[in-house]
Design a protein. Structure first.
Length: 165
């Protein structure tokens, strides 16, 4: 809660036109203080920002999963491995980049906050920087941090990564 309030105070300096959030409660708990601080009336729920679909692993703790060989394999080969009955990081990357492309085309240069999850943000950053998805472990995305991407006719540029408010 305190992290979200610090983030909201920081985001109040940005000229936000809209806030889009993953449907998960923890992201909405982050988005709501930002909306209040930035005087945004409505948070748009966006399924493209949702956490990776962990399929059969959903609801399990990391402690439980650490003993699972398929969990270790997935973490070692995130760029291609699929969660059991879930999705791949490539699936996540495609939905996130698709959303960002649509916002670039329809956003008319507006500043839009996307409130999502670490792996989803990492997948987008890898695409923007031209990195293989396996390189997502080479950088961190902290809770309630800011990663800023600027889009133009020339493409996308990462200007801020994992800023802690």
């Amino acid at each position: 809660q305190a992290q979200a309030l610090h983030l909201a105070r920081r985001m109040a300096r940005e000229p936000l036109a809209a806030i889009l959030s993953s449907p998960r409660e923890r992201t909405l708990e982050t988005a709501k203080p930002i909306a209040i601080a930035c005087e945004i009336e409505k948070i748009a729920i966006c399924k493209e920002l949702d956490e990776i679909d962990f399929g059969e692993w959903s609801g399990k703790t990391f402690e439980e999963l650490n003993g699972d060989a398929s969990w270790r394999l997935w973490n070692d080969q995130r760029q291609s491995a699929c969660t059991p009955s879930g999705e791949t990081m490539l699936d996540v990357q495609h939905r996130m980049i698709g959303l960002m492309d649509a916002l670039r085309e329809n956003g008319q240069g507006q500043c839009i906050a996307l409130v999502s999850h670490a792996d989803v943000i990492k997948a987008a950053v890898c695409a923007i920087l031209g990195l293989p998805l396996g390189d997502c472990f080479r950088f961190d995305i902290a809770p309630a941090s800011i990663t800023t991407v600027v889009h133009g006719d020339w493409g996308s540029k990462l200007v801020r990564l994992n800023e802690i408010a």
